[in-house]
Design a protein around this ligand. Structure first.
Ligand SMILES: [Zn+2]
Length: 98
């Protein structure tokens, strides 16, 4: 089995040690509004198609949905949770916790 280390501080995490997995799902949010100028729908549609054709399927998929897994030590886990929860409470920026 390969050795493991903390993603942030690089501390070695031997087998049997306390460690945490942060599983992050990043996906595009859609609020139901399309910002396409009504007077140039055909032009905008062509621009969108050109943009899509210039990218690989993997790039497009990652832009819509991506999962990230991080392994953290106890200290970095505590800091991460504190920072994320603090950002939601202080900023009121729409963070939700499930
Ligand atoms: Zn760490």
């Amino acid at each position: 089995m390969e050795s493991q280390s903390c993603f942030w501080c690089a501390k070695h995490l031997p087998l049997g040690s306390l460690k945490y997995v942060v599983h992050i799902r990043v996906f595009a949010d859609f609020d139901g509004v399309l910002s396409i100028p009504e007077e140039d729908i055909d032009g905008e549609f062509d621009r969108i198609l050109q943009e899509i054709e210039s990218r690989t399927p993997d790039e497009l998929e990652r832009e819509v949905y991506e999962e990230i897994g991080l392994l953290l030590c106890k200290e970095c886990r505590d800091r991460f949770v504190c920072d994320v929860k603090g950002a939601g409470e202080v900023g009121g920026n729409g963070l939700t916790f499930h």
